[in-house]
Ligand binder design. Structure first.
Ligand code: GTP
Ligand code: MG
Length: 204
């Protein structure tokens, strides 16, 4: 898919104030600093469309970016920074869960995890939450430039094995690097295919 236009539309802390447009949208979620905003810049081929930082907690609001005047990418705050899930009790920021539970236009979420780390409890809990709420998601492994190909394979395999302890099937996943542009075509192809599915559904 070719990205012809990518525009920042608005930032919100309240899902009810998000754009009213009925366009398919794709949200990026994951721990703070995992690379959500960087990935949006990589996908859209813009250096500073979404604001990034080396310090966790940069993105604080729900940010809508209109792509090709036809669908939205949504940058969200990380969930492991302001309020860490200290116990098994789930404590994702309320407006993030409001977004996921209320936003009708959301067609697919991408849950980002840093490819260098073992599966973390907070990410597994978040995926569990998505499953319970029947919100479709794919996993995006980020920062693949930090590992050699063999290690990438090993880490992904270990992650899938961990998921299979609680999931019958593993979600689709993508291996990416925003600094090396790895995985860009694959993620955009997934969005393209999902947009086509949504159009077909609308027509039927
Ligand atoms: P919050 O907004 O705080 O939740 O963080 P975020 O998930 O949006 O992360 P952000 O995109 O701001 O990136 C965090 C840090 O990771 C920055 O220093 C980025 O340069 C770095 N980073 C992001 N993606 C990559 C990547 O693919 N490779 C490498 N090496 N660094 C990355
Ligand atoms: Mg961010």
């Amino acid at each position: 898919m070719i990205i012809k236009t990518a525009e920042f539309l608005m930032s919100n802390s309240d899902v009810s104030k998000c754009p009213k447009d009925v366009l398919p949208e794709y949200a990026f979620i994951g721990r703070s600093n995992v690379g959500k905003s960087s990935l949006i810049n990589m996908l859209t081929n813009h250096k500073n469309l979404a604001k990034t930082s080396g310090r966790p907690g940069k993105t604080q609001l729900i940010n809508h970016f209109l792509i090709n005047k036809n669908w939205f990418l949504v940058d969200l705050p990380g969930y492991g920074y302001a309020r860490v899930s200290k116990t098994s009790k789930r404590q994702f920021q309320k407006f993030i869960t409001n977004y996921f539970e209320q936003r009708q236009q959301l067609v697919l979420a991408f849950v980002l995890v840093d490819i260098r780390h073992e599966a973390q409890k907070i990410d597994l809990e978040f995926m569990q939450y998505m499953g319970e709420n029947r919100i479709p998601f794919s996993i995006i492994f980020t920062k693949a430039d930090k590992l050699k190909p063999k290690a990438i394979e090993r880490h992904v395999e270990a992650y899938m094995q961990e998921l299979l302890k609680t999931w019958e099937e593993t979600p689709s996943y993508f291996i990416t690097s925003s600094s090396s542009f790895i995985g860009r075509d694959e993620v955009l192809a997934k969005i393209d295919a999902t947009n086509d599915e949504m159009n077909a559904l609308r027509k039927s």
